[in-house]
Design a protein around this ligand. Structure first.
Ligand SMILES: NC(=O)c1ccc[n+]([C@@H]2O[C@H](COP(=O)([O-])OP(=O)(O)OC[C@H]3O[C@@H](n4cnc5c(N)ncnc54)[C@H](OP(=O)(O)O)[C@@H]3O)[C@@H](O)[C@H]2O)c1
Length: 258
């Protein structure tokens, strides 16, 4: 499998203005990459670029909205024109919108799918074409352990992250033939502005620095999946192999959703 390195080209990180994307952009710059950083809040990206001054690599703001399909095509064109072929992409931008049953199928549900699924596809499609044509590149797509199966309080979120996992599994068959490395990233709970809004208990909550280090190490060494914390990821994988009666009963107890 091809592994990107800073001498092969720039790295692109979406959702880089906050949380995991911001942390990974800084860590990649520390590891020598020129990082093109995308999010809607340009002012945050500019602060990030300043914070990276003095690191081995650099961060360059590349603002954009992943929900804008044509905008993402244009952004990838422009980044490659100005900075050369992208070697690595981390498609991380996404959201969690609580969707209580009373709001099932409403705006929150649509926002989650629009961003987590279609937004990701908007960034992924131009990369697949370009990296496929040159038979070189590495793409990591953000999912979540919540995508392994349906989780309480995560109706649209679990569904959107499952869609990402299944899509990437299917896409890998084709990208392997084209020499492009595809990975999925499945974290448990990580301390970020997104999870700071959660009012429920978050087991195995991980510090951001630890999560970003694991993700960047995973770009260098892991196989198809970068999943952590391992105890949480493997427990949930195992739960999904059990009969549904056990799956629901164990998850109800473990998440306090009785
Ligand atoms: N934190 C966790 O525990 C956890 C666990 C598993 C998976 N994840 C996944 O990790 C990813 C990042 O989560 P996080 O916790 O770091 O959240 P976060 O701090 O809220 O960061 C989300 C990032 O996405 C960007 N974003 C949102 N909408 C966008 C849009 N339309 N176009 C471009 N960028 C957009 C935001 O930037 P702007 O607002 O500036 O656009 C921000 O940079 C998400 O996909 C999330 O599902 C998180």
């Amino acid at each position: 499998m091809y592994r990107a390195n800073p001498t092969d080209g720039a790295a692109w990180v979406t959702g880089a203005s906050s949380g995991i994307g911001r942390g990974v952009a800084l860590e990649l710059a520390r590891r020598g990459y020129k990082v093109l950083a995308t999010a809607r809040r340009q002012a945050e990206l500019e602060k990030l670029a300043l914070e990276a001054k003095g690191l081995a690599g650099q961060i360059i703001p590349a603002p954009g909205d992943i929900a804008d399909r044509q905008g993402q095509e244009t952004l990838v064109d422009r980044m490659e024109l100005e900075h050369g072929p992208l070697a690595l992409a981390f498609l991380n931008a996404g959201t969690y919108v609580p969707d209580p049953l009373g709001e099932f199928g409403g705006e929150g549900f649509r926002e989650t799918f629009n961003l987590n699924v279609f937004g990701t596809v908007n960034s992924l499609a131009p990369l697949v074409r370009r990296m496929g044509a040159r038979r070189k590149g590495q793409i990591a797509v953000m999912s979540s352990v919540a995508g392994y199966g349906g989780m309480p309080r995560s109706i649209s979120y679990s569904a959107s992250k499952s869609a990402i996992i299944a899509m990437c599994e299917a896409l890998k068959f084709d990208l392997d033939k084209d020499g492009v490395t595809l990975q999925i990233v499945c974290p448990g709970f990580v301390k970020t502005p997104l999870t700071s809004l959660n009012t429920f208990e978050m087991p195995f909550l991980m510090e951001l620095d630890e999560a970003t280090r694991r993700i960047c190490d995973g770009f260098e060494k892991a196989g198809f999946e970068i999943a952590f914390p391992r105890r949480m990821a493997w427990s949930l994988k195992f739960l999904n192999m059990l009969p549904y009666s056990m799956y629901f009963s164990i998850l109800r107890k473990r998440t306090g959703d009785a």
